[in-house]
Design a protein around this ligand. Structure first.
Ligand SMILES: Cc1cc2nc3c(=O)[nH]c(=O)nc-3n(C[C@H](O)[C@H](O)[C@H](O)COP(=O)(O)OP(=O)(O)OC[C@H]3O[C@@H](n4cnc5c(N)ncnc54)[C@H](O)[C@@H]3O)c2cc1C
Ligand code: FES
Length: 349
């Protein structure tokens, strides 16, 4: 632990204390201030902010795609990588007044595996139960960090379920060949095994006070937090019109279709549009085909007044944000989680 400094966020006027040994994002989370973030690894740019006063800041390694050199020179920084060595004033470029003061306490804990089953040829449904502490609160759409067994590395996974008294957490996890966590999940992790977790993290939460229609757009394991939002809407009979576009490669990559059909009975305003980008001849598929963003473009003339929730692999999320803004939606109504991976950041600084 080092010296502590004060960091004030504008235009919200919130001040926190930051130890030199921790990042500004981490200190904020520990003090219940929910700043926008995604990867926490300097790769996704969700936490990019502008330094108004002070310049004694050190950054842990980050991707220059997330913070190009010229932006750093202009005064931008990544709060998930930034350590303050003097008092600072920081302008938040991307914040949500409804969320910022509603941060839930970060907790570390142990969970026990109660289910680990394939739902497609390369995605698994992991279900765990909290052993300690008694409770880790979260909002639907948020994620937990799992420590990779036998390593200091962590991996982030979004809850597919809603908060519940039983301390159950569900995840949909894509298996990458040789993946540090997902390889272990596929080959070794069994019922009864215990894992260390920390959370909740993430700002991917339903903005409930908004009257706008909803557009959900997901790909692959990006299904998980969108399913959490739908399940939460169904539990609370929150029947806002919602169109859920979901992209997969082939028929064998689709999952949770039966549950989504049941959710449609509870949420009559829900339209589900799955699309296959590489349907196989024997898929017998008569639904939408093509990249999910192309399907949205074909079906939606304009999207000026929706709230969009986008989740999945970074290229899909980036293509979706570009499309949605082209169709008239301003970025402050596009909420997203990029499932960035944790390997060596490209263009590391
Ligand atoms: C906020 C957030 C939420 C997330 N939620 C989920 C979730 O709910 N479900 C989920 O499955 N994942 C999720 N992820 C991604 C997850 O955290 C891991 O990065 C991912 O599972 C890979 O970890 P691994 O240890 O299995 O593979 P690693 O050991 O990190 O990678 C192994 C190998 O696979 C390759 N690889 C890894 N990812 C990809 C990719 N996307 N495309 C191509 N090659 C790849 C790597 O380059 C490497 O060669 C989330 C990420 C973030 C930031
Ligand atoms: S770059 Fe900071 S949260 Fe992703």
């Amino acid at each position: 632990m080092g010296e502590k400094h004060h960091v004030r966020f504008e235009p919200v006027g919130i001040e926190i204390e930051v130890d030199e040994g921790q990042t500004i994002l981490r200190a904020a989370a520990e003090q219940g201030v929910a700043l926008m973030h995604g990867c926490k690894e300097g790769q996704c740019a969700s936490c990019k902010s502008f330094v108004l006063e002070g310049d004694d800041i050190e950054l842990d390694s980050y991707s220059t795609f997330a913070l190009p050199e010229f932006e750093k020179d202009e005064g931008h920084t990544l709060l998930c990588r930034a350590h303050a060595y003097e008092d600072l004033v920081i302008e938040l470029l991307n914040y949500d007044e409804e969320m910022i003061q509603s941060g839930l306490p970060l907790r570390q804990g142990t969970v026990e595996v109660i289910g680990n089953d394939p739902v497609t040829h390369d995605m698994r449904h992991l279900v765990v139960k909290l052993i300690e502490p008694e409770e880790i609160k979260f909002f639907p759409g948020q994620y937990l960090d799992f420590q990779v067994p036998g390593h200091s590395a962590t991996r982030s996974f979004s809850m597919a379920n809603t908060p519940n008294r039983e301390g159950i957490f569900e995840f949909v996890i894509r298996v990458y060949p040789g993946g540090l966590f997902s390889g272990h999940l596929a080959d070794e992790l069994k019922v009864g095994d215990r894992l260390r977790v920390e959370g909740p993290f993430g700002a991917f939460r339903l903005r409930e006070s908004s009257p706008n229609n909803l557009l959900f757009l997901g790909g692959g394991a990006g299904l998980a937090p969108l399913l959490a939002l739908l399940r939460s809407m169904a539990e609370r009979s929150l029947d806002r019109p919602v169109t859920f576009y979901y992209g997969a490669r082939g028929r064998r990559d689709l999952c949770f279709e039966e549950e989504i059909a049941k959710l449609q009975e509870q949420l009559p305003g829900l339209t589900f549009v799955p699309a296959l980008s590489e349907p196989a001849e024997d898929d017998g598929w008569d639904g939408e085909t093509g990249l999910i963003t192309d399907v949205v473009e074909r079906r939606e003339a304009e999207l000026r007044s929706v709230d969009a929730y986008v989740c999945g692999p970074p290229p899909m999320v980036e293509a979706a944000i570009a499309l949605l803004t082209r169709l008239g939606r301003s970025e402050d109504h596009i909420f997203y989680d990029k499932f960035t991976t944790t390997g060596e950041p490209e263009g590391e600084d």
